[in-house]
Each structure stands twice: as structure tokens, then as C-alpha cells.
Design a protein around this ligand. Sequence first.
Ligand SMILES: NC(=O)C1=CN([C@@H]2O[C@H](COP(=O)(O)OP(=O)(O)OC[C@H]3O[C@@H](n4cnc5c(N)ncnc54)[C@H](O)[C@@H]3O)[C@@H](O)[C@H]2O)C=CC1
Ligand SMILES: O=C(O)C(=O)CO
Length: 329
Amino acid sequence: MLPQIVITDFIDDDLQVERDILLGVADVRALNAHSESELQGQIEQAAAIMMYHNLSLSAATIDRLQDCRLIVRCGVGFDNVDRVRARQRGIPVANVPDYGTEEVADSAIAMALSLARGVHFYNQRLRHTPDPWEYRVAAPIHRLRDRVFAVVGLGRIGTATALRAKACGMTVRFYDPYKPDGYDKALGVERVESLQTLLAEAQILSVHCPLTPETHHMINAESLSWMPRGGYLVNTARGAVVELGAVTEALRSGQLAGAAIDVLPDEPPTADNVLLAAWRDPQHPAHERLIINPHSAFYSEEGLIDMRRKGSQACLRAITGKPLRNIVN
Ligand SMILES: NC(=O)C1=CN([C@@H]2O[C@H](COP(=O)(O)OP(=O)(O)OC[C@H]3O[C@@H](n4cnc5c(N)ncnc54)[C@H](O)[C@@H]3O)[C@@H](O)[C@H]2O)C=CC1
Ligand SMILES: O=C(O)C(=O)CO
């Protein structure tokens, strides 16, 4: 019997990419589950698991695995896997860190430019206001050159976004306590030593750190108050890095002139999501100043194929006893 590779979520089309790599060596099963409870009875015999961002693998689910040699998070962020439990159970967890860096950076800069140039705002006004042919209706628009573009987390995506912001003539500063010295010099960006210093001059803030206990709600009412009034927030990292109530309030008060949010703390969001409520309500000041995307910053057809191919290759290495890569636990 061939070892089983179970794909828990996300892939709902043909399994061509996976089968091309695993044909003859593994029995590939796609569950396309929408909740963790649907995995019960389906994953126990898996020799390797491929998972995306739509589900979490909690300790209870990991405890069901009887002979699993690898869990691959097909994607960068591995905050939805209980890595500690996996380590206790002796199951390595790997991610796929390099399938969509450019896509996320392109999305972040597209969102930043859409906010800062009023593209989204004007489009909304034109659609909904009877006599909207007026360019000075948004928050004042400023020349991008020499604006301060602030990056939290200068990793792969933060770096790619910083380079794009520099190409627009912006001054890029970053806060990343784990980045070794010297990197900033090579990139031509300025390091600052605290989040508060970064935000004190940030006209556009772009978040690119992972979700960890340290970064959970790092962008909150207090940290938003450190920014100059009328700034913009872009979050393509993880929803829970940002406190949504604080963003909604900052948009209402004008502390933020706009926000673009690709990721929410609960995905898909529940009906009572405070930011979605503001975004839907034409009377709310945030209505025209808010861009919300459905966790799509990573998406391109090419990136998806890379992600699936690299995830499948990681499983192949696990079941054929080759050295594993990109282990995160
Ligand atoms: N919206 C989307 O579709 C996607 C979102 N992501 C998110 O983007 C995040 C970043 O991805 P990469 O750049 O590839 O990861 P990376 O690991 O290359 O970079 C993350 C950077 O954040 C820094 N960091 C860690 N803790 C920090 C803290 N407390 N304060 C400031 N910086 C901190 C790290 O030192 C590192 O340089 C992922 O963790 C993931 O959550 C990634 C891919 C797609
Ligand atoms: O790669 C990631 O971390 C994503 O958010 C997309 O799955």
C-alpha cells in the first residue's frame, strides 16, 4: 500500500501538480475541509499532511496522527499549526516560504498607492455620490516622494515591499528587532530601534511580521496614536497583528486617513466583524477609506502552482527519507 498524503484544505481543482510529483509513490487524498472537525477520521493514517491557511491544526488534531512524517504548511505563515505539539509528537513542520513574495509585495504597494493617491476613495465617491466630479474631496493628497513608508518586519516580503516603495521615491524606515545589522545599509533603508520611533514619522505603515505572541495586537489604539494624524495602514501579514476596533476608531476620528486590510483575525469573518460593519455602512466615515480583501495578497496562478509543487516536493522528501527543508518547529 502506498503511503497516504492528505491535503486538508484549499485545493479544489484537479490534483495534477501533486500527482505529477507523487504519482507511483503516494496515494494523494484531497479533503477540501472547511473546518478542523471535518478532518476527524480522514487524517489518522497520513504519512504526510499538506495544509493551507483555511484551517488550523490544533493539538487535538495532531494527536490523531498515527505515523505522520511531515506536516507541510503550503505557505509562509505557520501560526495556524500547533508546532509545539507537533514537536512533542516528533512530527516535523515545514513551510513553503518562497512561492509568493513578489505577489504579496505587489499587493501591499498596490493597496498603499490606492489609498495614498485616492484611487479607491474617488472610485467609491464616483459610484455613490450624485455630483462627485471634484478632486479635492478626500483627505489631502500629498506627493509620494519623500513621504515616510514604514515597514514592520523586514523579511522577504517586507524587503520586496520596501524596494517598491523606494522606487516610488519614498523614504523607507523599518523596525525589525531580529534583523542583523548591515542589511539596512545594503538596501538603502533606515533602521529604527523601536516601534514607537518608527510610527512617530510614519505616513504609510505596512505590516510584514509574522503573528506571534509578541506581535499579537501590536498595532492597537496606543501605537496608532503614535502616528502623525492622517496616515495610512496596510496589513497583508496576519489579521490579529492589528486590533480591528482600534483601526475602526482611528478611521472614524481621522487619525488614520485610510486602511487596507488583506487579512482578518477570523477568516472567513463572522457577521459581527467590526471593520466589515464599518466598511458596509455608507454613513460610517471609514466606508470610503477602507479597502478589505479576502486574504488574496499572495494569489497568482503561478504562485499557487509554485506553492503546490514545493509542498508536494517536501512530502516526497519525507516519504522517501531525504533530508527535510524549511523546518519551523
Ligand atoms: N496575505 C497573504 O496572502 C500572505 C501573508 N503572509 C504573511 O506575511 C508574513 C511575512 O512573510 P515573509 O516576509 O515571507 O516572512 P519572513 O520570515 O521572511 O519575515 C518576517 C520578518 O518579521 C520580523 N519580525 C518578527 N517578529 C517581529 C517583531 N516583533 N517586530 C518586528 N518584526 C518582527 C522577522 O525578523 C522577519 O525579518 C508571514 O509571516 C505571513 O503571516 C505571507 C504570505 C502571504
Ligand atoms: O503564505 C501565507 O502565509 C499566506 O497567508 C497564504 O497562505
